[in-house]
Ligand binder design. Structure first.
Ligand code: NDP
Length: 475
């Protein structure tokens, strides 16, 4: 039975969105010399603000500001850098409601997630790397590890502030300075973060934010005075970036796509597995690189599990991201919605069976209902390509060896999940799954102390934990 709840919207009065924004360079907000673009609320298509599109010249100014700041910042004792990072972390906590509401407005994700997942993790990343800043000689990278210099960082729209934290916190802790480009559709929380840098009295130029589209990102990646490139996004753009930095002195980390298998054995606690499957693919509308987008279920329990899963999906609430009862928010952009539709239609064309719970989609904005495909073959596009939406492909297996074979039958290798009550089976599976992260009896759990990254076409390098320091040190 589905309970009806009265709407419980979070107030948006807590955010103050300016009609237009410039770039954040050398500690100041400045006008760009390029054009500008609009950022919209994907749940209503309302224009939220007009944001500067940084030209190559603007990117050059930002890189020069970062270079100038690098001398003092890198020479500062780690214990002093830590103070700034701790201060930023505390301000993020103090302003977390404002940041969460802004994130939900610009991205479309439910406030329940931005408030309870994104923001606590963002603060935790800054706290965690603040703790490393004065302990770098003990991190296992030599007695006096040195920073690389200026980091050019390009991030996607699915976790705008969290990806910013993953990139900026370790870079600064190690003594680098940064120029960061947020995604075109979600620039607002990065610009609020710029304000937080000012509030924390961070020395000018240590953090620079250049907004814009792909060309701005390319100008940053190609800039000759950038020492390190860090990218999270599609495998396609990751390839372009790898090509453009090949043969240069630039150090690169790439966090790319995924097509994770979430594997449920017949001895798993089924209700718990159902929650894990839902969290694995419907969290953040499935806009998650490590989403459990392929459910591999042991044949003997497939029917029972699917029934339970469908029952559970019928209780998910889709709608206003700012409503605290909402489970599924808006798709981030019209372009992403078109891609999800195209791949799902193809799934039907290829012969898979499509199912969604009865659910009313709002008239305005970009929406897609939670969707399950059964009868999926490994050759289907929905089993091979990253949909990056709330779409689950269900496949079955009979033996553990078959599960491993199917799970690894993908060009990606970012994450995987295993559901079973046997510890020995978890370890056996984890040994054989070619994935950077293997979750056992849980899914989509993140922690700043734990490294994250991929195999194969999911990219290279690790972010998070002690391992995440390596990407920003000259080792
Ligand atoms: P992109 O890879 O294009 O975007 C990631 C970031 O790179 C954005 O800031 C983007 O700017 C920027 N960018 C785009 N082109 C270049 C370039 N040539 N050089 C440097 N930077 C560039 O992802 P999309 O937003 O286009 O999404 C497309 C698909 O990618 C999704 O449908 C999904 O499948 C996948 N994706 C995967 C992610 C992951 O974490 N695995 C994250 C995001 C997307 P701009 O925003 O202006 O395009």
């Amino acid at each position: 039975m589905m309970f009806e709840y009265a709407p419980a919207p979070e107030s948006r009065d807590v955010v103050d969105i300016k009609p237009s924004y410039g770039l954040f360079i050398g500690g100041e907000f400045t006008d760009g010399t390029g054009t500008s673009f609009k950022t919209v609320n994907p749940a209503s298509e309302e224009v939220l603000s007009e944001v500067a599109s940084a030209s190559a010249g603007d990117v050059d100014r930002a890189v020069r500001a970062a270079r100038e700041a690098f001398g003092t910042w890198s020479a500062m004792p780690g214990s002093e850098r830590a103070k700034y990072l701790f201060r930023i972390a505390r301000i993020i906590q103090e302003r977390s409601r404002e940041l969460a509401v802004l994130e939900s407005l610009d991205n479309g994700k439910p406030i329940r997630e931005s408030r309870d997942v994104d923001l606590p993790l963002v603060a935790a990343h800054f706290f965690y790397y603040a703790g490393w800043a004065d302990k770098l000689p003990y991190a296992g990278y030599g007695p006096s590890p040195r920073p690389l210099g200026v980091a050019g960082q390009v991030i996607p729209w699915n976790f705008p502030l969290l990806m910013l934290a993953w990139k900026i916190a370790p870079a600064l802790a190690c003594g680098n300075t940064v120029v960061l480009k947020p995604a075109e559709t979600t620039p607002l929380t990065a610009l609020l973060f710029a304000e937080i840098c000012r509030q924390a009295d961070l020395p000018p130029g240590v953090v620079n934010i250049v907004t814009g589209a792909g060309e701005t990102g390319a100008a940053l990646v190609d800039h000759p005075d950038v020492d390190k490139v860090a990218f999270t996004g599609s495998t396609e753009v990751g390839r372009l970036i790898a090509r453009s930095v090949a043969g240069t002195r630039k150090k690169v980390t790439l966090e790319l796509g995924g097509k994770a298998a979430n594997i449920v054995f017949d001895d798993a606690a089924l209700d718990q597995a159902v929650e894990g499957i839902v969290n694995g693919i419907f969290f953040n509308q499935g806009h998650v690189c490590c989403a459990g987008s392929r459910l591999l279920v042991q044949e003997s329990i497939a029917e029972e599990l699917l029934e339970a899963l469908k029952r559970r999906l019928s209780t998910l609430r889709l709608g206003d991201p700012l409503d605290k009862n909402t489970d599924i928010g808006a798709i981030n952009s019209a372009a992403q919605l078109a891609k999800i539709r195209e791949l799902s239609d193809h799934g039907e064309l290829e012969g898979a069976e499509r199912w969604s719970p009865a659910c009313e989609l709002p008239e305005r904005g970009f929406w897609f209902p939670p969707t399950i495909f059964t009868g999926v073959a490994q050759s289907h596009r929905i089993a091979r390509e990253e949909v990056f939406g709330p779409v689950l492909s269900v496949l079955t297996f009979r033996t553990p060896a078959e599960a491993v074979e199917k799970a690894n039958n993908t060009p990606y290798g970012l994450s995987a999940g295993v559901w079973t009550e046997k510890g020995s089976r978890i370890l056996w599976m984890a040994d054989r799954l070619r994935a950077g992260v293997v979750w056992a009896n849980t899914f989509n759990r993140f922690d700043p102390t734990s490294p994250f990254g991929g195999y194969k076409e999911s990219g290279y390098g690790r972010e998070g934990g002690r391992h995440g320091l390596e990407a920003y040190l000259d080792v």
